[in-house]
Write a protein of this length. Structure first.
Length: 102
């Protein structure tokens, strides 16, 4: 049996869980979401009409400026000070909801 010398180079890792704040953008909550982003230190350089209908906005993320339309999640990673945009199906698959307990 031949042992591959490169087989032992990589190791398995698990991403450490961390909490994030997130909201799904809708027409009904657009103004509240915009205020939340600005209060939390996010930079919203543009708001306007989406080519898909309804209002949309753009936000600066670690990957540059991204446009958000209704249905997308806006994610604020407070520990890293970063903003992300995620499509609903991907966000729900990767995150567990933590109710506020109110």
């Amino acid at each position: 049996m031949t042992i591959d010398p490169y087989d032992n180079v990589a190791e398995d890792w698990t991403i450490k869980p961390r909490s994030v704040r997130a909201v799904q953008l809708t027409e009904a909550n657009f103004d509240r979401v915009l205020a939340w982003i600005e209060r939390a230190g996010g930079d919203v350089p543009w708001t306007g009409d989406s080519p898909f209908g309804g209002r949309s906005l753009s936000i600066y993320t670690r990957d540059g400026e991204e446009t958000i339309i209704a249905g997308h999640y806006i994610v604020h990673d407070q520990q890293r000070g970063e903003w992300h945009v995620a499509k609903a199906d991907r966000f729900v698959a990767d995150h567990d909801h933590q109710p506020k307990g109110r």
